[in-house]
Design a protein around this ligand. Structure first.
Ligand code: AMP
Length: 398
């Protein structure tokens, strides 16, 4: 079966087409600047040259149509007919408290995605448009919604409740939800397999460190805590997000600078984190380069980042009363050996010892702790699209 995976962002649409016989990617690509001037589709068919289409994309429906055209294009396509696509898997940001697993899309599911517009104002509307565009373009094909929040729904009340008046939970479902769930699910499972742990007796911490970053604590395959919250703003310091902060800071700056709450949230989401601290970049490669040239703010931003990752790991070891394995993943977690080394330097008390040589090597899944380390530490590349394709196949064939 061939499965199309769609990830609709506020102004972008990423896609991959899988042949599930051998889980091979046949083509992938991205539509950018949807709804703006200069929309562009970059299509990368496996084994063929990149194909760039510059056409107006006023909305996600047009983008979906262009993606389907590219997939069946005589020269640049990878399938003969749209009907060759057996099912579509959609990455959907927020399901509130409704779904703790992926689900085949029907009218009820679309209603829940719509009801969660408030909780995911940038992504859920785009996700729904993507679903409806596929219903129109390839009618009758099953579609599956894979939610970013689903994996974290197993968190206990003590982990997800905010200590604010209970009525806000009752009235508006205000609580911690967590994100990157597909990645945390994929990587925690792989970590258990890779380390040969007993799936029913395992404690794993996943550090998904990318432009957006989050950490999760996973006991026996079930998430018990995670660092992102009602929105992806909570938790670690990130590329441009502040992460945890005293909420009173918002009022303080707003009063001093004459800003309203929306401007403040924009600052915390887009102008803070590594970018705000360093004044250099949100990209870790730029930060290390600047730090090496003696830029103290870039070094400070990196120190803040690593310190907070280490603190979260420490708190999750306490939450789980121990840990068997720690897995690093995503752009920074997979590639940045200096970040991993810095983070692990705080955890010597746990009997964690870094294998410097293994840490410095780029590559696939691997241990970066020494064989005698009390906790196994590893790098596990994440693959959210493959996970979405697998979940889609499993539900469609069930
Ligand atoms: P992601 O959000 O998972 O795609 O991660 C993207 C981020 O990973 C980029 O913004 C960079 O900060 C970081 N990154 C990617 N490649 C490297 C690398 N080779 N070394 C350090 N950081 C990297």
């Amino acid at each position: 079966m061939k499965i199309l995976v769609l990830n609709c962002g506020s102004s972008s649409l990423k896609y991959q087409l899988f042949d599930m016989v051998n889980e091979e990617v046949l083509a992938k690509g991205i539509c950018e600047r949807i709804g703006a001037e200069g929309s562009v589709l970059t299509h990368k068919p496996e084994g063929k040259d990149k194909y760039v289409v510059e056409k107006p994309m006023p909305d996600h429906s047009t983008a979906v149509e262009l993606v389907l055209e590219a997939l069946i294009d005589k020269e640049h396509g990878v399938i003969d007919h749209i009907d060759d696509i057996g099912a579509v898997g959609h990455r959907v940001l927020h399901a509130g408290q409704k779904y703790s697993a992926s689900i085949i899309v029907n009218e009820d599911v679309k209603k829940v995605v719509r009801e969660c517009f408030d909780l995911g104002p940038l992504h859920n509307p785009a996700n729904l448009i993507g679903i409806e565009a596929c219903e129109k373009a390839i009618p009758g094909k099953p579609q599956v919604a894979v939610f970013d929040t689903a994996f974290h729904q197993t968190m206990p009340e003590k982990a997800y409740m905010y200590a604010i008046p209970y009525e806000y939970y009752e009235k508006y479902d205000i609580r911690k939800y967590g994100f990157h769930g597909t990645s945390h699910a994929f990587v925690s499972k792989r970590a258990v397999e890779f380390a040969g742990l007993d799936p029913d007796n395992s404690k794993v911490i996943v550090c998904h460190l990318g432009n957006g970053s989050s950490i999760s604590a996973v006991v026996n395959g079930k998430c018990v805590d995670t660092s992102m919250g009602l929105t992806p703003l909570e938790g670690l310091a990130m590329g441009t997000r502040s992460g945890d902060i005293d909420p009173a800071v918002v009022q303080f700056i707003a009063n001093k600078e004459g800003k309203d709450i929306n401007e403040m949230l924009n600052i915390l989401n887009k102008k803070s984190g590594m970018l705000g601290l360093s004044g250099v970049s949100s990209d870790f490669r730029d930060l290390w380069a600047a730090a090496e040239e003696g830029n103290k703010r870039a070094q400070m931003a990196l120190d803040v980042f690593c310190y907070r990752v280490a603190k979260y790991i420490g708190s999750y070891i306490a939450a789980m009363n121990g840990v068997d394995a720690i897995a690093f993943t995503a752009g920074v977690g997979e590639n940045d050996h200096d970040v991993r080394k810095n983070v692990l330097s705080y955890l010597g008390y746990m009997g964690i010892t870094l294998d410097e040589e293994a840490n410095n090597v780029r590559g696939p899944e691997r241990y970066i702790s020494t064989p005698d380390s009390k906790v196994k530490v590893m790098v596990i590349p994440t693959d959210e699209e493959l996970k979405i394709a697998r979940e889609t196949k499993a539900l469609v064939e069930a």
